[in-house]
Design a protein. Structure first.
Lengths: 307, 383, 379
């Protein structure tokens, strides 16, 4: 039984870790701006494309990787300044539509630059190696991802709880207006949030595209949506929640793809039911169930509406 | 301000409409330049462009016409196909070539039918493309043939008794081919497990694991190049012990590249094997190497893809039809196509008189030479 | 295409409404005449047909997002249901074996005429909406948006499921059903005598939009707007929130379903995989560009949006020569870049959209600035 499920678990954990790094960006932005940043998945994709072009220019990896991460963080900063800051006082729907617009723009820009063809991600030697765990062969990145994700998460939680900027972030997410009255520079806090979120998406893209080596303008859409679901699932605004949610979703997704075979192997079903079709749908079903049963997610704080 | 913008738009629209003094016949190129099949579509277009470079004029009814290729990108998706087709129709083409991928051809077919413009399918192998209509022709073999050939090869040559098939949801090409493969393979006494994945998937490890779990001897995945390279890459990392079998879409230098240096066994069926016509090969390579953009569109090197050869043949078949018709009127070309024959690089081309399908009975099987980044010729296979 | 004659009779004849009605009538006549005199292959008709379909879908989305204040992103899902319902029940029996080639001709072995099938498409979508609405309408703003988006994705997967293939043809295309071209009147030789293939989508969309406008002017419509403006006050005034939200959701989905069926007619085929969330975003952008809360705006912006994306900006995708000078940057995909920049500019700097919350007759009333008058006519 363990032997049957292990390979699916392994790939689920690695996908989950990559979703987690994207989900953190969603959850932080939502915590502060109450904005579903639809463009976040596309920032993740742009980081992938940047890596393709920068490494094609011949720079060594120890230069190109930091460069990609810095540019990605810069893109996050720029998006916030151009597309969200002017709408600070506008209704929430306008901001969300602006986010959709940014997502559309990024995708089309990449479509134009790449000519709509799949780009092949460069190989990063250490994490691309094959290794064998309990008889299941996989890439090194599968093992690296969860470890790196946890390290980054702990670092981020420390940052939020014990630094000045972290305190400011917590204050802004609690009460936007009061904290600005208290002398917190709201715009700096928001920019910092976007920079951190995009940086993590950049790290996520390194791991994700090392595993799945082609990048195209729509590569960010599905992972982005799933990471958002993970953030809601874990309780939006909560960083550990987003990480836990992402791992759960990653594992479920991977197991569902193999569910027919697992059931068959365990003697629980006699024929194939085509359940793999529902690998994406299941994520959303999970989301709807959690929203109805516990709208604040697994780790979310309860809020009340003020009249 | 808004008035100014409106005027500006109107002026910009007029720019492309300049008149030409000479006789021009327009051939529509209905191919994907973007999306999952973009790479294949571009290779197919290369064949047409090369053919156009060699033979830019045609004699129709005693007059010399310049051939102009009009491009429309169908974006590899059935919902973008109708408007791309409409674009060709309103450009006034005499005949359409394409497409790579069956779904887009099926979706665009009614548009061409309404406009009375004939189309020549280049590598769309699903029977539904030509079935029940008189305007869609095709120069390649069909899925029932290709599926059977591959099933025979998997069962008899690769010695597989269990086959795992993977298709993209809603892709007529994949689903059709898997259907016919399954039919033929089970008829031979083998067992088939077939699964599908949604559009945009990049994690294939679970599917590859599924095949290992079921102890499949062969993993049949007639998917777009975009997915095929992912599958090959992930299969290599997992060190799978079954053979990977593909159809004509996997006949791409990108797949070879992904497989090089691994110990995978990858076999595909296709329309043409490099070396089949040395004169064409050297000419085409020289042409590509002289043009950096062409080389990029071919995936970075000058390996000849079978789809380019098919594109080349399709162009000349269209010229033959134009000559036979003696006019550039689409209706006349449609009539003439039924009796058009052409001795192509990929073999003799003639259309049967019910659906307008090519009369073809051979496919080439090749396998990846993982040591040398090249294809090995394996066999010519009939049913 | 907004106010219709019924509204005029209720009040005293308002000249502004009269002018609007005349403009709309003129548009219909113009469409009819153009279709008879221009070659049917012209890109104009493709754009007009698609725009009529999008106008209906956008107005139905506006009903929910703009007038009731429910932020739903499930539009593509309801369109999918409508498109499939239409496709499944209208494919001629003789063609079913060809369409359901892997499923022995499928389960349904009869076919309905076009108009009943369109109504059925709407009803199917509304029924789904009713079921979905029961749990999700309790959710607020963004959560509602993401839940409906999720539902659209789930619906898409269900329709692609192989085991339902007898009904839905699995993930394969449904096709060969009656399309807009079947509205053309032909003589015995099969030659078209009167072209109606563009007028009919206008008529169907027009009737549906007129129904929506009537609804908005009824007491239900006013309740919807009260809910949008302030849910708590609306409830205090005695409006049953759950009932009215559910009603708006179902009605919007009904018209989205009809719109989906019309989209199927426009594109000659239906396939679940094309009804993605990107389609919903596209429609949302149309609503925003037109003005959230303006039926006229949604209609005008559908036409502009479709014309720009399918037609006017196409030249940006091809190399252009002016004399011997090759215009830089122009190649495949540039059209979409320009288009998305235009959209961003509208979203950021013209937040009111083309019409704000104004309707066509408002343009002819004196207190309003004259500037916007031109656009009403441009349609």
């Amino acid at each position: 039984m363990f032997k049957t499920i292990l390979p699916y678990l392994l790939s689920g954990i690695s996908v989950g870790g990559q979703y987690a790094l994207i989900a953190i960006g969603y959850t932080m932005v939502y915590g502060i701006l109450r904005l579903i940043n639809f463009a976040h998945g596309d920032v993740f994709m742009v980081a992938g494309i940047l890596m393709v072009y920068i490494s094609a220019s011949g720079l060594p990896l120890y230069v190109s990787i930091p460069l990609v991460l810095i540019i990605t963080a810069g893109i996050g900063f720029l998006i916030e300044r151009v597309a969200y800051k002017p709408l600070r006082s506008a209704p929430r729907m306008s901001v969300m539509i602006s986010a959709i617009g940014v997502s559309y723009t990024l995708q089309n820009l990449v479509l134009y630059i790449t000519g709509g063809l799949n780009q092949f991600y460069p190989t990063i030697p250490f994490i691309s190696k094959s290794i064998t765990i309990f008889g299941a062969t996989t890439k090194m990145v599968t093992v690296v991802t969860p470890v790196l994700t946890l390290i980054l998460m702990i670092g981020l939680v420390l940052l939020i709880n014990y630094t000045k900027i972290g305190m400011a972030m917590r204050a802004v997410s609690k009460d936007f207006e009061t904290s600005s009255l208290m002398g917190i520079k709201i715009n700096n806090v928001i920019s910092a949030t976007f920079v951190i979120g995009s940086f993590l998406a950049g790290v996520g893209s390194l791991l994700y595209f090392t595993n799945y080596t082609t990048v195209i303008q729509t590569s960010g859409a599905m992972p982005g949506l799933k990471a958002f679901v993970a953030a809601v699932f874990g309780g939006i605004g909560s960083i550990p929640g987003a990480v836990v949610g992402a791992f759960i979703i990653g594992i479920c997704e991977s197991v569902i793809k193999g569910l027919d075979i697992i059931l068959f192997k365990l003697g629980l079903s006699k024929q194939m039911m085509g359940l793999a079709t529902f690998s994406d749908a299941f994520t959303f079903a999970l989301l709807i169930v959690i929203l109805i049963v516990k709208p604040t997610g697994l780790f979310g704080e309860k809020t009340t509406d003020k009249v | 301000m808004k008035k100014f913008v409106a005027i500006l738009l109107a002026v910009l629209m007029l720019i492309p409409t300049f008149a030409l003094g000479e006789n021009v016949v327009k051939i529509g190129v209905f191919e994907p330049a973007s999306g999952d099949s973009g790479a294949g579509g571009k290779q197919e277009m290369l064949g047409m462009q090369y053919a156009n470079a060699i033979c830019p004029t045609v004699e129709i009814g005693g007059e010399t016409y310049k051939v102009e290729l009009v491009y429309a990108d169908n974006g590899s998706s059935a919902d973008k196909a109708p408007s791309a087709a409409q674009q060709l129709v309103s450009a006034g083409v005499s005949v359409v070539l394409g497409s790579y991928g069956s779904g887009v051809s099926i979706a665009a077919s009614p548009i061409f039918a309404q406009a009375g413009i004939p189309a020549i399918g280049v590598t769309c192998t699903n029977p539904q493309v030509t079935a029940g209509n008189t305007h869609y022709f095709r120069i390649c073999f069909l899925d029932p043939f290709q599926g059977t050939v591959l099933a025979n090869y998997a069962f008899k040559e690769l010695g597989a008794t269990t086959a795992y098939c993977l298709a993209e949801l809603g892709n007529d090409y994949d689903v059709g081919l898997v259907h016919y493969f399954k039919e033929a393979f089970t008829a031979l006494g083998g067992m088939v497990i077939d699964e599908t994945f949604p559009n945009g998937t990049s994690d294939f490890t679970s599917y590859l694991t599924n095949a290992s779990m079921m102890e499949a001897g062969v993993f049949f995945c007639p998917v777009s190049i975009a997915y095929a390279t992912q599958i090959v890459n992930q299969a290599a990392a997992m060190n799978v012990n079954y053979a990977i079998l593909g159809s004509d879409t996997l006949d791409s230098n990108k797949v070879v590249e992904a497989a090089t240096g691994t110990n995978l066994n990858i076999c595909v069926s296709t329309f043409y094997q490099e070396g089949g016509n040395p004169e064409f090969d050297s000419g085409f390579k020289a042409w590509m190497n002289a043009d950096a953009e062409a080389l990029t569109n071919n995936g970075g090197n000058d390996m000849i893809a079978a789809v380019s050869v098919m594109g080349y043949d399709a162009y000349f078949t269209a010229l033959e039809a134009l000559k036979n018709a003696g006019s550039t009127d689409p209706k006349a070309v449609n009539e003439a196509l039924w009796n058009t024959t052409y001795e192509g690089v990929s073999g003799a081309i003639a259309f049967e008189n019910v659906n307008g399908d090519a009369i073809r009975d051979t496919a080439y099987i090749k396998s990846v030479d993982t040591a040398n980044n090249a294809w090995n010729f394996v066999a010519v296979q009939g049913v | 295409m907004t106010k219709n004659i019924n509204n005029m009779q209720r009040k005293k004849l308002d000249p502004a409404v009269l002018i609007s009605a005349l403009i709309i009538a003129a548009v219909y006549v113009a469409v009819f005449v153009l279709e008879q005199i221009m070659p049917p292959t012209s890109m104009l008709f493709t754009v007009l047909k698609k725009a009529a379909v999008y106008a209906l879908v956008a107005v139905s989305m506006n009903l929910l997002n703009g007038f009731t204040g429910l932020f739903s992103l499930g539009q593509a899902g309801f369109m999918l249901i409508g498109a499939y319902a239409y496709g499944i029940f209208t494919i001629p029996v003789a063609q079913r074996a060809a369409v359901y080639q892997y499923y022995n001709g499928g389960l349904v072995q009869f076919s309905l005429p076009v108009i009943p099938a369109l109504v059925l498409a709407g009803l199917a979508a509304a029924a789904f909406a009713f079921l979905i609405g029961l749990p999700v309408l309790r959710l607020k703003s963004d959560y509602l948006a993401i839940a409906t988006l999720g539902f659209a994705e789930i619906v898409r997967s269900i329709f692609q499921w192989d085991k339902l293939g007898m009904l839905t043809n699995g993930s394969n295309m449904l096709r060969l059903f009656p399309t807009f071209n079947d509205f053309n009147i032909k003589n015995a030789e099969g030659e078209v005598v009167v072209y109606l293939s563009t007028l009919m989508p206008f008529v169907i969309a027009g009737v549906c939009i007129a129904l929506i406008v009537m609804l908005l002017h009824s007491s239900y419509g006013r309740s919807f707007m009260a809910i949008r403006d302030d849910e708590i006050s609306a409830e205090a005034m005695g409006i049953n929130l759950a009932k009215h939200k559910q009603l708006a959701f179902c009605i919007s989905s009904f018209f989205a379903g009809v719109g989906g069926a019309m989209l199927a007619m426009y594109s000659n085929s239906v396939q679940a995989k094309s009804f993605t969330s990107a389609m919903t975003y596209e429609i949302l952008l149309i609503v925003v560009i037109g003005g959230i809360g303006s039926v006229t705006g949604s209609c005008i912006s559908s036409f502009l949006f479709v014309a720009c994306s399918e037609w006017w900006l196409r030249f940006l995708d091809q190399k252009q020569m002016i004399g011997n000078f090759e215009v830089p940057l122009l190649r495949n995909g540039f059209r979409l870049v320009v288009f998305s920049v235009i959209i961003m500019v509208v979203v950021l700097f013209f937040r009111q959209g083309i019409m704000g919350t104004k309707e066509l007759p408002d343009l002819f009333r004196k207190k309003l600035p004259k500037k916007t008058g031109k656009e009403g006519e441009a349609k």
